[in-house]
Design a protein. Structure first.
Lengths: 247, 947
């Protein structure tokens, strides 16, 4: 049993805009690339060119089809999912070795790989399925919020953000401090009605999702349709004559 | 107190960043390749990210780009030149030296050039060096050169150029910063991918409305505010109905139409006249319009006139009407009313009316005015730039149909009618566009033994006199491009080369030379038949296509069908130029070009294909590739990039050229030995910004025209008017009606009359008239996933974990009718064949359409995948169901499955029937495995550069 901090100085996390995410997986692969080369063991791929390739990823995009009521057209929602850096992270408290921990300074949940015995309890405890066992190293892998980028003095300041945020082509991912009510992420959540994922689990996730805006809104009954200038081509040409006069 | 491990939060990121250009798809983003020193002391690729300064991607990067590290280390990389030792198709090769490989190629090609250069067919698929490869082919003297546009999106490009001097993607883009309504038609999401996503992100941030018109609601259409699940192949009808509604309500920009288009130009309207349908011109050949002030005909560019848009004008006993008059007559017809098209398009009449009203409201009530003074080509000064903020984007979804050219034309005409092209908030050209069809070359095809071709192969025809025909009227080109079957085939017709070469029609060839074109698999219709054609022998036991040379970096399915393999490098091991002479990477606000350079050295015996062509060109003594003393002119492609001049002062790269005042960034100047180094120092690209006064109205903006000349895009200002009415099309119709000396064969007359209409029309996809719609009631499409390039993605260890399988997605109605349940398989049949494949239910789909991801299915033995990889066991191609020819219908003819204007392959016309079957062990048909020319792949990948 590993302890959680009672509170953290900052609450760093992501806002993911489901209205804007086109499901391109850019974040998935930028994450894979950075975290293969950086924090901990490389994210390995077993059977990489074979029948059942199994690689570890810290971020995946799932797509869900939604059938709205009243026969409105079905919708497809792209849903990127990674560790939510919960305040009450069950993956931390379940860890038998203390390898899983939540940082006091910024709330990032990390795995100290040298203490990880690969028991997998944390993955079972996480209600979001956000942890993956590396198929090669047999240590638990999870989103680090690019802790080795966001403070990295070897990177230009503008690049000190998670790899997934830096690469997102549509700008659907935002990084910031949720403890600061004026931060970019807090503002977005307030303006767009950002939601917690599965609050009933009581994990107090830090990351937030911006819900899709309403789609396929049926005809605005007040919105005028076009008024014909004439019913017949001859009448149209009459209109045209007058219109040209006015040019 | 909680104890936390000590963490180094500032680890060293890399030893060096090398900036080059991505090639994981055709988008050509700038990338930062982070290098680290490996255990062997050599620099290795550690991480790839987007280049923030780059005009295309501005720092972001898609999944493909970030997975480049798995591409340059892929086990499918070819390792050395090879010559075939087993039967063709078996994949049995022997590795040889480059000397031997080039000797063989020279021995094959030199006699062809000396005797009859047309016996070489040189086609280069997804080539990004077409201005170079075509130059080589021109020097060789063969008329048989093209790249892959004919089976990709030539309809969009050609329709755009003939109509307004450019189309989407490389030609132009929505004004993402100002547009308020964006309408997206079916699109290939695996390229132009980052710019479109960046743009969509901007629209979302502003809350601008996005409408997606696509039978399938995935990707961009999934985030669209409104989805229009149109019936495939009816986009043109929908667009013409929008035009009907807009015209009826007078919601067209008359001021724009009179100033910037041929709307007022007088058209001969006497059906008995030999010039029926042609423009009225004065003695100097200038198009005439009626000036409302005088009622007299005057040249269209006369200063201060008020051109009339309707009415009739009698001249020499012949009635003439302005183009706009003809437009009004045609599209006000009730056949285009929303009620008339609703059933066919699958869009309700009310919805068509509402979308038309929305376009009109945004265009005419939400005008944008920028305080930017500008001067038009007539010399008139304007204080502001006013725009109609409605924009569109479309690519392959609407163009890969047999009615695709006219559909693309319809979309361009719609944009012009509402005055939204080259204005704030609308569509913007990217330099070197706008460029009218008349400023492009015409096709050339004159073959002489031992001599270069008489000019560029590809171009734009303006009438029957420009067709690529021999003196006896037979096709000059092996692909039959620029013939009566498809007169305006501006990109050639690569998809017809193998079947025509196999049939010896229009003539036999000797050597088929291809680059980066997987014709034995996903790039051909009727894949299985193409494999047979590549291996077929004649009565004397010789291959019908006698010799095949192929260059590729990877072990694609096509490799097994070549006699000689010239292995290319990966994109991080080579020089390239993304040139303004070619398919450029410009933005609306700037002209730009870029390079690739070897950020790593090949660890195999491979060479960049273009460098190989430099040497082969010299061995063959091709003009432009040898010095006066006969020695090799360009040591390699980098040498060519630096020193070649297409016109004096204009070369492959525009940046850092040499002038008498030193290095210049105007775009013009002499070659500079340090040019590539300057590019490398600048992040791999060069950009020259368009001045603010030149930013919009480019075709008519004198500041832009002068800037384009200074930059080397043109040699003199080239203002022009948009062609709502495309007169060259009418010239082909006139020939089909019996006018003129060059006459089409009788069997094509009706097709030409019906389809080469100079104003956009819609007709049903041709297959509908050949395959019984009752027997084949379902339309079948492919899409390209954003996370994998359709040609070479499956070998990528990371990307194949995202898209390793491609089920057939089936809409609810068909799913229920067949009683499908999860895990089921279906037999899918067309008149051309059948496949048996796994099915998955999808509700967000047009109810009569099924689809799958393109080119996920791979052949066993290719791409260094294990033979039991899902790509080879469950993956499949729809290509087996599609033929280059339409099914016979008893008229004694076999009609081409392509657009009759451009010859573009009509991939998306496909009709099928679908039935539930017992799950087979593997997707059907099972194609026999190939021998892999590369060693087996490692089981695990676990890569980290350790020092």
């Amino acid at each position: 049993m590993t302890e959680l901090p009672t509170q953290t100085d900052r609450k760093l996390g992501l806002v993911i805009d489901l209205d804007t995410c086109v499901g391109c997986h850019a974040c998935v692969i930028a994450c894979k690339g950075w975290n293969t080369e950086n924090y901990g063991a490389p994210l390995a791929d077993a059977d990489a060119y074979g029948a059942q390739p199994v690689g570890s990823f810290l971020n995946r995009v799932h797509s869900y089809e939604i059938q709205p009521p009243d026969n409105a057209p079905a919708q497809l929602i792209h849903f990127p999912k990674s560790c939510l850096h919960c305040e009450d992270a069950p993956c931390v408290t379940v860890c038998p070795t203390g390898a899983s921990y939540k940082r006091v300074e910024d709330g990032i949940v990390l795995v100290n790989e040298s203490d990880c015995i690969g028991c997998g309890l944390c993955a079972w405890a996480c209600p979001y399925g956000a942890r993956e066992m590396d198929p090669s190293e047999k240590v638990m892998k999870k989103c680090t919020l690019c802790v080795d980028r966001i403070y990295n003095e070897n990177l230009p300041e503008e690049d000190r953000e998670p790899a997934c945020v830096r690469t997102c082509p549509a700008g659907a991912r935002h990084f910031g401090d949720f403890a600061d009510p004026d931060s970019n992420v807090s503002t977005l959540v307030a303006e767009r009605g950002g939601i917690e994922l599965m609050p009933e689990q009581g994990t107090k996730p830090v990351n937030r999702y911006l819900p899709p805006r309403p789609k396929d809104v049926e005809i605005d009954v007040l919105g005028p349709l076009l008024t014909p200038v004439a019913q017949e081509p001859r009448g149209f040409l009459g209109w045209l004559d007058k219109a040209l006069e006015r040019l | 107190m909680i104890k936390q491990p000590v963490l180094n939060t500032s680890p060293k990121v890399s030893d060096e960043i090398r900036r080059t250009t991505c090639y994981m798809c055709a988008c050509r983003c700038g990338i930062n390749v982070h290098m680290k020193t490996g255990a062997d002391g050599k620099q290795q690729v550690a991480y790839i990210e987007g280049n923030r300064d780059h005009p295309v991607n501005k720092g972001v990067l898609c999944a493909k780009g970030s997975a480049g590290i798995m591409q340059v280390t892929a086990p499918s990389r070819l390792r050395a030149p090879m010559k075939r030792v087993g039967p063709r198709g078996s994949g049995k090769f022997e590795e040889i030296s480059w000397d031997e490989a080039l000797d063989i190629a020279t021995q094959w090609l030199a006699p062809i050039r000396a005797e009859n250069p047309e016996k070489l067919a040189f086609f280069t698929g997804r080539d990004q060096s077409q201005s170079f490869t075509s130059y080589w082919a021109q020097g060789f003297g063969t008329p048989n050169y093209a790249a892959h546009g004919g089976f990709c999106s030539v309809n969009m490009a050609a329709a755009g150029i003939y109509t307004m001097g450019g189309a989407f993607w490389e030609f132009g883009q929505p004004d993402w910063d100002h547009t308020k309504l964006f309408i997206l038609f079916g699109v290939a999401e695996d390229h132009d991918s980052n710019p479109i996503k960046i743009g969509l992100g901007k629209l979302k941030e502003r809350g601008a409305k996005v409408i997606g018109v696509n039978p399938i609601r995935t990707g961009y259409n999934a985030v669209a505010d409104e989805w229009v699940g149109i019936t495939p192949g009816t986009d043109g009808l929908f667009i013409l109905s929008l035009i009907h509604e807009l015209l009826r309500a007078g919601k067209v920009d008359l001021n724009y139409l009179t100033r910037y288009t041929n709307a007022p130009v007088l058209v001969n309207s006497d059906p008995k006249s030999p010039d029926y349908g042609l423009f009225l011109r004065d003695e100097e050949g200038r198009e005439l319009v009626v000036d409302r002030a005088t009622g007299k005909p005057v040249p269209n560019d006369t200063k201060g006139i008020q051109p009339d848009l309707h009415g009739t004008y009698r001249h020499a006993g012949v009635t003439h009407k302005p183009v706009f008059h003809l437009i009004a007559e045609r599209y006000l017809d009730p056949q285009y009313s929303p009620d008339a098209v609703a059933g066919r398009t699958g869009i309700t009449a009310n919805r068509i009316r509402r979308i038309a009203a929305e376009i009109a409201r945004v265009a005419f009530e939400e005008e944008i005015t920028l305080n930017r003074p500008w001067t038009d080509f007539r010399g008139q000064k304007h204080a502001t730039m006013t725009g109609r903020p409605v924009s569109f984007h479309a690519m392959r979804g609407i163009s890969a149909h047999s009615n695709g050219f006219q559909t693309c034309r319809a979309l361009h005409v719609l944009q012009i009618l509402i005055g939204s092209v080259e204005v704030p908030g609308g569509f913007r050209f990217k330099p070197p566009y706008p460029k009218p069809a008349t400023a492009h070359p015409k096709p050339h095809c004159k073959v002489q033994p031992g001599q270069p071709l008489d000019g560029p192969h590809l171009g734009f025809v303006h009438g029957p006199q420009d067709l690529a025909l021999k003196e006896d009227g037979s096709p000059a080109r092996i692909d039959k491009a620029f013939t009566w079957e498809n007169p305006m085939s501006a990109h050639g017709m690569m998809h017809m080369v193998i079947s025509n070469a196999h049939a010896g029609d229009p003539y036999k060839i000797d050597t088929l030379f291809m680059y980066m074109a997987n014709m034995a698999w996903n790039s051909s219709m009727n894949t299985k038949h193409v494999m047979d054609m590549l291996t077929d022998k004649d009565e004397s036991g010789d291959y019908r296509i006698p010799r095949i040379i192929y260059s590729d970096a990877y072990s694609s399915e096509m490799v097994a069908y070549a006699d000689l393999i010239l292995p290319d490098t990966t994109y991080l091991e080579r020089h390239d130029c993304i040139s303004l002479l070619d398919r450029p990477i410009c933005e609306a606000d700037g002209a730009a070009d870029a390079i690739r350079w070897p950020v790593i050295e090949p660890d195999r015996n491979v060479r960049g294909f273009q460098s190989v062509l430099c040497e082969l060109g010299a061995r063959l003594n091709l003009p432009g590739f040898v010095n006066e003393d006969g020695s090799q002119k360009y040591a390699d492609y980098a040498d060519y990039i630096t020193n070649h001049q297409r016109r004096p002062g204009v070369g492959p790269l525009s940046g850092w050229r040499m002038t008498d005042k030193g290095l210049s960034n105007t775009g013009r100047g002499e070659p500079n030995e340090g040019q590539i180094d300057s590019y490398i120092a600048n992040g791999g690209f060069w950009i020259k910004h368009v001045p603010e006064a030149a930013s919009y109205y480019k075709p008519w903006n004198s500041d832009y025209q002068d800037w384009a000349v200074e930059t080397g895009l043109f040699d003199k200002p080239t203002p022009y008017l948009f062609q709502l009415y495309v007169e060259p099309m009418r010239r082909f119709q006139l020939a089909a009606e019996g006018h003129g000396l060059r006459q089409p064969p009788d069997h094509l007359r009706e097709q030409i009359k019906a389809t080469l209409d100079p104003l956009p029309i819609w007709y049903p996809p041709f297959l509908d008239g050949h395959a019984d719609p009752a027997e084949y009631p379902v339309q079948a499409l492919t899409q390209r996933p954003m996370a994998m390039y359709h040609s070479w993605g499956s070998q990528n260890a990371w990307l194949r974990q995202i898209h390793g399988a491609n089920p057939l997605y089936v809409p609810t109605k068909i799913w229920q009718a067949n009683g499908f349940v999860e895990g089921d398989w279906a037999r899918v049949s067309s008149p051309n064949g059948e496949i048996t494949v796994p099915v998955v239910h999808m509700a967000a789909l047009n109810e009569n359409t099924v689809w799958t991801w393109n080119a996920i299915g791979k052949r066993k033995g290719a791409w260094a995948l294990d033979r039991d990889a899902p790509e080879a066991t469950r993956g499949f191609l729809l290509n087996h169901l599609i033929d280059e020819l339409l099914p016979a219908r008893g008229d004694g003819m076999r009609w081409s499955n392509s657009d009759p204007v451009t010859g573009q392959a009509a991939w998306f016309d496909l009709r099928v029937k679908i039935e539930k079957v017992k799950a087979p062990a593997e997707a059907q048909p099972v194609i026999a495995p190939q021998n892999s020319p590369v060693p087996p792949a490692p089981h695990d990948v676990k890569r980290k550069v350790t020092t």
